[in-house]
Design a protein around this ligand. Sequence first.
Ligand SMILES: Nc1ncnc2c1ncn2[C@@H]1O[C@H](COP(=O)(O)OP(=O)(O)OP(=O)(O)O)[C@@H](O)[C@H]1O
Length: 397
Amino acid sequence: MNDLTSAAPGAITLTGLSRRFVVDSGEVVDAVAGVDLDIRPGEFFTLLGPSGSGKTTILRCVAGLERPDGGEVRIGGRLLAGPGTFVPPQDRAIGMVFQSYAIWPHLSVFDNVAFPLRELPRKRRPSATEIERRVAEALDVVGLSVQSQRSATRLSGGQQQRVAIARAIVGRPEVLLLDEPLSNLDAVLRAGMRLELRRLTKELGITALYVTHDQTEALEMSDRIAVVDHGRVLQCGPPVEIYRAPANVFVAEFVGTANRLDGEVVEPAAAGAVAVVRTAIGPVRVVARQELGAGERIHVVVRPESLHPVSGDGGDGANHVEGAVTAVSFAGAHTHVRVDCAGVELRAEVHRHDDLSVGDRVWFRFGPEMCAAVPDTGAAAVGTRTASELSSTPTGG
Ligand SMILES: Nc1ncnc2c1ncn2[C@@H]1O[C@H](COP(=O)(O)OP(=O)(O)OP(=O)(O)O)[C@@H](O)[C@H]1O
């Protein structure tokens, strides 16, 4: 992101952000361990990672609910946290939505949404008429105008979440921070709300920083995703890139289902050309995204939907593998199949559910362009130290 973009309203810039906690055992947890992110104005940006990876702590640092131990937080170019600077949450141009809707049960929908405006210091508080106008506008955006005078607790879970969203946007923040906001909703409602939430932030032109451990949510909603583990960003990019070209095995296996074949490059290739990798199921042809040298140890990642059942080795330059079906499970739009290929279990997702049975011998084809070569480096190291180790280690900020 260039300097102009990072200074534009709604841009979020994190530089060397770190936050550590000393837990009861005296162990130091690097919850955020040097995170650099440039989030563009108006972008729907997701922090995706397993439980305890540091997503919420990053979000709380942006919100001002957590003081970083090192690094900087900027919104629209304005320094909010950094050496000698800490701007409190109420003075940051943010709105927040949590997993628990945190709405007031004794207030009406209208009063819940009006709450943050009425709580502003007198100097910054809009007039009663202006509050009324802004609340009506926010309720209109989330489709709750009709329920305005209803008691907030008499709404469904989805409607309560919308109240929380209306309350978060009523102050017209530059940035909306969302921490697992859909987790308490049932599956059908959650699927609908994903698209609605994205549409809403796009309509408002607001930057959304979204935290989730749900890869489907992240893939469907985001302009870009940062995959986080042990307080570090392992990969940052558009959903398709994260899914098709994972940077390491952790990302490959956390985002979607992955067949992983460990192997060694036997025919090297420049970026864009086809390399051959020796694996336990035989030689596998892979389109190299970057140069692959002879003898290099890599993992080949193939997604289940890239394996297509065929009648035999087509001799067409693609990869073909034969195996015995060990499990078939119908999942509606497709069928999950497990196949034993020379002692390696491969997972496939096929659309022919009625003519595959356990014990059948089948051929699968998968194209070299559907194979990702992933470096054999493993995921980030576990970010824990003891307090005494920390005192002899330079800090990150
Ligand atoms: N206030 C705190 N005191 C001590 N440790 C904390 C505190 N807040 C977070 N941690 C630790 O920091 C690490 C990161 O926690 P964080 O909540 O940011 O992860 P997360 O990815 O959001 O997880 P989840 O999805 O479960 O909320 C965890 O090991 C957590 O236990």
